[in-house]
Design a protein around this ligand. Structure first.
Ligand code: NAD
Length: 379
């Protein structure tokens, strides 16, 4: 049977945290936190913790009578030792719940620390799909980038420094109890991270819509996310106080995140892993610089889907539309700008081939020589 997507019908699952989205959603934090206990461990990174809104959130919890302990040392592309430190803080303060405030890095650390507070297992034992020992203590996640959509995903991505690789932990046990998505938390995000996190959202949406395992429900989220990014990202980057654009990008990020559980990403993300893990290229930049090259590679087998993406972006050529947006917001970078030398390409391609969890979703099979050729084009 054919579905409206043009793909064979297939069984898929869908799940998400309880969601509150909109301007002022953050003001519900204390009310929902109280329902989970008296001791909250709030997880963030130094950049977010320096913002006045972060302190307002802490004050709201304290005013509601909660004991608050903070862990604000999260690093981008968080290494395992950061997650272990955070879990130790949560154990020491006997946290009843974890509140994650930040971009994907802080939210991912919050998710895993919540599991480790409940179950003392090595983090490495959880890499892969459905390897967690069970749910952790309750979590409430507030994103401050738009973004990864991590607030609604069952995924955490960590840096395995021993292997110079980023690795994923995927399990419904990681789904937050609440996602509070308040676009005003992104108002302080500077133009550069606004741009690259927004391109990450666009990549989620495009890789879900052109995925080998695409499904109609997720198609709708993905196309709306593409439309919102095309309409709002440039405004959010060039006019950071444009509340309407910030709202559009927070919604796009949320929709992009909702694509990840049932469908997930594909070759762009797989090839981006070595760039983040070894060369510390920010996640959104890595995706952005690879996206047009992977799209060109995929185009012969996904022409109809790419045509629809182009339509939604207002262009007859979706790769050109993505390149124009990337140039407008300043994410049109090349790998060599980040210390990657041409001789690294072969080992990076070998490392990317390990990420079969995502490569298997790509509409066109990616072989080792294909991966090398895509890196060469992006170099
Ligand atoms: P990030 O969390 O690493 O944050 C980037 C920078 O932005 C930090 O320096 C931070 O201090 C700053 N920042 C964030 N919000 C701010 C604000 N409102 N005001 C001022 N500064 C602010 O960036 P990210 O792109 O959101 O997250 C990337 C991480 O998420 C990567 O590790 C990536 O692999 C992971 N990821 C996870 C998922 C998932 O489903 N769990 C999906 C995609 C990506």
């Amino acid at each position: 049977m054919n579905t409206a997507s043009g793909f064979d019908s297939r069984i898929f699952g869908f799940g998400m945290p309880r969601l509150v989205m909109g301007t002022g959603a953050r003001n519900q934090l204390a009310e929902h936190a109280q329902a989970f206990g008296q001791r909250a461990c709030v997880v963030s990174d130094p950049g977010v913790a320096a913002q006045p809104q972060f302190h307002e959130l802490l004050q709201s919890l304290q005013a509601a009578g909660l004991q608050v302990t903070t862990y604000t040392e999260v690093l981008p592309d968080p290494p395992l030792r950061i997650v272990e430190d955070c879990a130790q803080v949560a154990r020491t303060c006997e946290a009843d719940l974890i509140v994650g405030v930040g971009g994907g890095s802080a939210l991912d650390v919050a998710k895993i620390a919540a599991v480790l507070k409940q179950h003392e297992v090595p983090i490495e034992s959880m890499f892969g799909t459905d390897q967690t020992p069970g749910r952790g203590i309750p979590t409430i996640l507030l994103p401050t980038t738009a973004g990864t959509g991590s607030e609604v995903t069952p995924i955490a991505v960590l840096s395995d420094e021993a292997h110079d690789l980023k690795r994923g932990i995927v399990s419904d046990d990681l789904l937050a109890d609440y996602a509070l998505v308040d676009p005003e938390l992104c108002l302080t995000l500077p133009p550069a991270p606004t741009a690259y996190t927004g391109m990450d959202t666009l990549t989620h949406a495009i890789e879900a819509y052109t995925n080998k395992f695409a499904v109609p429900l997720i198609d709708a989220f993905a196309l709306e996310a593409v439309r919102l990014v095309a309409t709002c990202l440039s405004r959010a980057v060039h006019h950071g106080d444009d509340r309407d654009a910030r709202y559009g990008m927070s919604l796009a990020s949320l929709l992009g995140g909702l694509c990840l559980k049932s469908v997930n990403t594909a070759a762009v993300h797989a090839l981006a892993y070595p760039l983040g893990g070894r060369f510390h290229v920010p996640h959104g930049v890595a995706n952005s610089l690879l996206l047009p090259h992977v799209m060109r590679f995929n185009a012969p087998v996904a022409a109809d889907r790419y045509a629809t993406i182009g339509e939604v972006m207002g262009s007859t050529d979706c790769v050109a539309a993505v390149e124009a947006l990337s140039a407008d917001v300043g994410t049109d970078k090349r790998m060599r700008e980040f210390g990657v030398e041409q001789q690294h390409i072969s080992e990076m391609a070998t490392a990317a081939m390990e990420v079969q969890r995502l490569l298997k979703n790509n509409p066109r099979e990616v072989t080792l020589p294909d991966a090398q050729a895509i890196y060469e084009q992006a170099w």
